[in-house]
Design a protein around this ligand. Structure first.
Ligand code: ADP
Ligand code: MG
Length: 597
């Protein structure tokens, strides 16, 4: 009984739920595919440590034996042995620097791939909550930190422990008192290097933050220079900039102060150790306890103490950073998408396109307090067009996003051809739905690649056909590089209408039986809207269409118009029905109609 209760007590060095050990165990798994290279790397590192331990011993032998004995042969042999060892050491060094880094690079590659693939499977709600910058930092900075640890961590740890303990044991055998005196200073040195290098890190991080602030200030001031000049606020801008620049100057000066302390302190410690070795060692030679050769060995070992100490400090820091990076990595990997295929998912094929919402309620929060949609019932018969009308923020876009399961309904069901959409594979469901939205996203790449997004394996003829259907082919053909023209950040600038046509071409290429048009033309001017409207009509021909439009003139011909707001459905019917009803729709229509006059 007693034993069990003791075992249940959490051990002290394991903070929170046995985390660090689990974390390390999981971390080690990433070495597995590369264990051969890793073992090679570590063996070579150990070889280097062993050689470094041997060299002072060889020198000691020369002084202690070969010179007094005038043994030229032994001296020459030792010299050749040392030459051989130096060459071997060079090979080991090469392996450690090259293959050691390769282990790190490969682990980084694996982790980044795992994380990126995992990100791609996440629900849209996950991206609603995450900031792009943060995700990028996970994929880039965190993984950098982790791989630094992955590669240098074990190496630094093994090397420093072996070198320190090895030299300790060797020296102990030569003269234990002198050894104890020397090693008494090691903990202080370690503490000093650790503390100072941590301070240095912190200060240099601060410097990086400051310079980033200065950068964004410069950018902001220059992009706003016309405003500054118009308001004659140049002095104010200079003052603002000076402040940021001065903070940078102060923090950088501080960083260099710590760096100066670090290096001068370390040098002092090193010189001090040499002094101890020489003076105490000299005294030990006087009193006949050690020979000249032993003294040399002491001095040589003392001189390389700094190396393992630096490595140990490095390791401590890298371990902290790498592990916290890895913890964030694991945290992200543990987020599983909620929207997944059911166990016996079917493919959605041969879609007729009857869509029905049955008693659908939805809330973005899981608490179901703030329902965006409440008990919605809508039927869209195959091939028909239903329009949604309502105030902005009423939940129209949200409703559209429920059909391709960007979000899952909180209550009720959505059916396609009398099957719950949750019974189908998410992929086949989304393949059957075309979505044209107000904001168009064009990927960096060529126009052709952007249209191909609708169907990655389409032929050139199909792409051109789609572009013609979207009435954008003539424009593309007029560009010097045609379909190979670059769009995106550094490419050509397309007008809103042209971008929208590209996105329509994408959907033509995709050729889905179900179409959702969510304010596709709201961002465009009237003339462009009317032209794009024609392409959209062509697109919706023969497809079940759910359309949301800002300007009601574009949805007059819909088979049913539904007026919706955050309280639910208010009116429904054809355009003529609703005009007759003389309700909200009629009012809206009349006010817009007047606007056009
Ligand atoms: N991703 C989201 N997370 C939380 N709330 C959202 C999200 N998207 C929209 N909302 C909220 O849902 C409501 C309906 O938005 P939306 O469906 O975009 O309306 P509409 O398209 O009719 O203008 C709004 O109050 C909006 O703030
Ligand atoms: Mg909307």
């Amino acid at each position: 009984m007693r034993r069990i209760s003791r075992a249940e007590k959490p051990l002290k060095f394991r903070y929170k739920e046995g985390e660090p050990l689990d974390l390390i165990k999981e971390f080690i798994k990433f070495y597995k595919p590369h264990r051969k290279i890793f073992i090679l790397d570590i063996s070579c590192a150990l070889g280097i440590a062993a050689m470094d331990l041997i060299f002072p011993l060889l020198s000691r032998n020369i002084l202690n034996m070969y010179i007094p004995d005038r043994n030229l042969r032994a001296l020459i042999i030792t010299a050749f042995v040392m030459l051989f060892l130096y060459l071997l050491r060079a090979v080991f060094n090469y392996v450690v620097h090259y293959w050691g880094h390769i282990v790190g690079v490969r682990i980084e590659y694996d982790m980044r791939k795992t994380l990126f693939d995992h990100l791609q499977t996440q629900d849209i709600s996950f991206f609603d909550k995450s900031r792009t910058g943060q995700l990028m930092s996970r994929l880039v900075n965190d993984l950098n930190l982790i791989t630094e640890l992955a590669h240098h961590g074990p190496e630094d740890l093994f090397l420093s422990v072996i070198m320190l303990s090895g030299s300790f044991i060797i020296l102990l055998n030569i003269e234990w008192r002198l050894t104890l005196i020397l090693f008494a200073f090691i903990p202080f040195m370690f503490y000093f290097t650790l503390k100072k290098s941590m301070q240095m890190r912190k200060k240099f991080r601060e410097v990086r933050e400051r310079i980033a602030a200065v950068n964004s200030q410069i950018e902001n001031s220059i992009s706003g220079i016309r405003v500054s000049k118009a308001f004659t606020n140049e002095d104010y801008e200079q003052e603002k900039f000076n402040e940021g620049n001065m903070t940078f100057r102060i923090s950088r000066s501080n960083a260099f102060k710590t760096m100066a302390e670090f290096y001068s302190g370390i040098n002092l410690y090193m010189n001090f150790l040499t002094l101890i070795a020489i003076s105490f060692g000299g005294y030990f030679v006087f009193s006949g306890r050690i020979s000249y050769g032993d003294l040399l060995a002491f001095i040589l070992y003392t001189n390389f103490f700094m190396e393992p100490l630096k490595r140990l400090t490095n390791f401590t820091e890298q371990f902290q950073n790498g592990m916290s990076g890895f913890e964030r990595f694991r945290e992200m990997m543990s987020v599983t998408p909620k929207i997944q295929d059911p166990p016996e998912a079917r493919e959605l094929v041969n879609v007729a396109g009857n869509i029905s919402f049955r008693n659908v309620s939805f809330s973005y929060e899981s608490d179901q307090q703030n329902n965006i949609l409440s008990h919605i019932n809508i039927d869209i018969p195959a091939g028909k067009t239903v329009a949604l009308v309502g105030p902005s923020g009423g939940g129209k876009t949200t409703l559209c996003h429920l059909i391709p399961r960007f979000y899952d309904v909180t209550e009720g069901e959505i059916f396609i051809d009398n099957n719950n959409i949750k019974d189908f594979t998410v992929k086949s469901l989304r393949k059957s739905i075309g979505l044209v939205q107000q904001s168009v996203f064009l990927f960096t790449g060529t126009i052709r690649e952007n249209i191909l997004y609708g169907k990655i394996d389409a032929t050139d003829e199909e792409v051109i056909e789609a572009a013609k259907n979207a009435s954008i082919h003539d424009f593309i053909a007029s560009l010097p590089e045609g379909y190979e023209t670059y769009v995106g950040e550094r490419g050509v600038r397309l007008s809103g209408g042209q971008q929208q046509r590209l996105s329509i071409a994408r959907v033509f290429l995709k050729n889905p039986p179900i179409l959702i048009l969510d304010e596709a033309t709201s961002a465009l001017d009237n003339a462009t809207e009317i032209m794009i409207q024609r392409s959209l009509e062509k697109l919706s021909a023969g497809r079940t269409t759910l359309v949301i439009a800002h300007r009601l003139s574009t949805i007059k011909s819909a088979d049913e118009i539904i007026v919706i707001d955050d309280k639910g459905i208010h009116e429904r019917g054809t355009h003529d029905d609703l005009i007759k009803l003389n309700g909200i729709y009629c009012q809206l229509y009349n006010s817009q109609f007047k606007g056009f006059m």
